[in-house]
Structures are given as C-alpha cells and as structure tokens.
Design a protein around this ligand. Structure first.
Ligand SMILES: C[S@@+](CC[C@H](N)C(=O)[O-])C[C@H]1O[C@@H](n2cnc3c(N)ncnc32)[C@H](O)[C@@H]1O
Length: 259
C-alpha cells in the first residue's frame, strides 16, 4: 500500500477507530505529557492555529484557552461531537468534520499541528503527500507545520499477533467498565500495523469490534514526502522536553516550513 491513494472503504471504519469520542476521552484521560509542548509552540508562533485530526479537542481546547484563534478538523463525527460538547455553544476552537487528506478552508495559518501520531492514519505515500500538499497551501509564508509520531520500533515490538487484554476504563455512558482485548499484527511490506480489538461492556455484556490500521513512519521516510509537498524539516526533537532526536528516541517531533 505504498503507492495508490487509499480508497474510501478504508475510511468506512474511521468513525470508530477509537470506538467513540467519549470513550477516547476516558481511554486517554492520563495522556497529558504533550499538552504543555503544543501550548508553548502555539504561544511562540501565535494564531491562527489549525489542528488536523483534532479528535475530541484534547489539544485544540487548551490552545484556544491561550486566547488564540483555533480550527480543529477531524474526519470522525463522533470525535467532533464530543469536542463540541466540551467546548460549549461557541468557539474558539471552531471544530469541523473533514478529511486531512483533502481539505480547503480558504485561509492560512501560522501553525498547523498534526499530533499524537495521527500521521499514522495516512495509509499510503500518496495519502501523505496529498495531506502535506493541503497543509502547505494553508500555511502562511512564515508558518510552521508540526507533527509528532511514535518511533516505529516502539510500536511494532508489541505486534506479536496474540490475543490479550489491552486496556480497560470506566464506561462513560453507563455503569461499569469497558474491557478491551485485542491482537496486533505488523506487515513490513506496507509498514502497516493492524489492531483488532474487542470492546466488552460490563453494563450489558455486549461486545463490539474495532479494526484500526496505522502506517509507521520514520523521519527518514517522512522527509521525501514532505519535500514532494514543498515542505522541509527545520527542527527535530526526540521528546516533548525538547531533547535531541536520537536512535533511542521513543517519539519523533518535526517542525517544518515552506521550501
Ligand atoms: C490519535 S487520535 C488524535 C486526536 C487528537 N489530535 C489528540 O491529540 O488527542 C487520531 C485522530 O485522527 C482522526 N483521523 C483519522 N483519519 C483521519 C483523516 N483522514 N482526516 C482527519 N482526521 C482523521 C481520528 O478520527 C482521530 O480522532
């Protein structure tokens, strides 16, 4: 799957990649270590800020609280609905449903953010170039495009193909727990990880299935794709404290500009 653009059947599952917005928030309630980094970056570059794959507003909301104009775009209606519930009746942020592989907002931004390894939802080179080309068109002359992505080895090491308990969290919509069992596999040819997960709800005993595919990217693999969209990496970090990117880094953070 390195060549063609992924067809929309791949997106048929996309609204429940993380089951649903309220569930994403419960599952990632303790995932907060990156928030200060993104807020500091937004403060340094000023608005307007565009967050792609903004999910439930985990980052867009605190960035908007800095007094900046923020737009959050996500393909999954249930994530955007949850973001709007948290925001209240008026913005910022302005949240909207849209596909990061192809969007036209008719304005430019000082900062475009693609956080939390969301670049992994671009399942082919063509999808990535298509997204980065749209980013370049929305980036002001001195604008910065920033993304973070987990280092592939730290993800693929857990792809043992074995069904096991993965995680659990309090059910946001009923009494009881949601327990998730799943199996992770990795296809080196496409660089795609597949998570097949079964969500069981203690409230009524039902089980629902989520199938999520994520493509792995190293910085070296991202460079030529960014270049095809007219973007170049101007800074790289290996963690959210601003340390240098090394072979041992668990996270890859890139800041990119036109050129
Ligand atoms: C890991 S979550 C990150 C959400 C948010 N940025 C955060 O940091 O919490 C990935 C998000 O990417 C969204 N997504 C997946 N494919 C997308 C696409 N083609 N266009 C826009 N959003 C997409 C999912 O719906 C999901 O909300």
């Amino acid at each position: 799957m390195t060549g063609g653009r992924t067809d929309d059947s791949a997106l048929r599952h996309v609204d429940n990649l993380y089951y649903e917005g309220p569930h994403y928030d419960r599952r990632y309630a303790t995932y907060t270590h990156d928030i200060d980094f993104w807020c500091d970056l937004a403060r340094a570059h000023g608005g307007p800020v565009l967050e792609l794959a903004a999910g439930t507003g985990r980052l867009s909301l605190p960035i908007a609280r800095l007094g900046l104009d923020v737009v959050g775009l996500d393909v999954a209606p249930s994530m955007i609905e949850q973001a709007l519930r948290k925001r209240g009746p008026s913005g910022p942020p302005a949240f909207q449903v849209g596909d990061m592989r192809s969007f036209a907002l008719g304005r430019q931004f000082a900062l475009v953010v693609l956080a939390c390894s969301s670049v992994c939802h671009l399942l082919s080179d063509e999808d990535a170039v298509s997204c980065f080309t749209a980013v370049a068109a929305h980036l002001g002359p001195n604008g910065v495009f920033a993304l973070d992505v987990a280092t592939p080895g730290h993800e693929t090491i857990r792809a043992d193909g074995i069904h096991k308990d993965r995680f659990s969290y309090p059910d946001p919509t009923a009494e009881g727990e949601v327990t998730v069992r799943g199996r992770r596999t990795y296809d080196a040819a496409t660089r795609c990880l597949t998570d097949d997960m079964a969500y069981t709800f203690s409230a009524d005993g039902r089980t629902e299935y989520v199938h999520r595919t994520s493509r792995m990217y190293t910085v070296g693999q991202l460079h030529p794709l960014l270049a095809r969209a007219g973007l170049r990496v101007v800074q790289a970090y290996g963690d959210f404290d601003g340390h240098q990117l090394t072979d041992e880094s668990v996270t890859q953070i890139l800041l990119c500009a036109h050129g």
